[in-house]
Write a new protein. Sequence first.
Length: 79
Amino acid sequence: MFGRKKKKLRAIYDELLLETIDRAAADWENAKQTQQAVREVDDELIAQTELAGAKYEFLYLEARRRKVRGHVQASIIER
């Protein structure tokens, strides 16, 4: 009786997490492409790119900690 709602909420928030990861990956890729396209790269642009990568990595690791199954790929993270 009490466990059903918890599973539904978990599934809802897992899906939201996957959507957020997709957006963060797209933002990070966009930031990397912008950094490569700009002729004079300044510290702010570099910081924005690193921040976008850190956001993506944080969300990815949170999904792994929660054992979310979905379309997240480990090959996106570059070290």
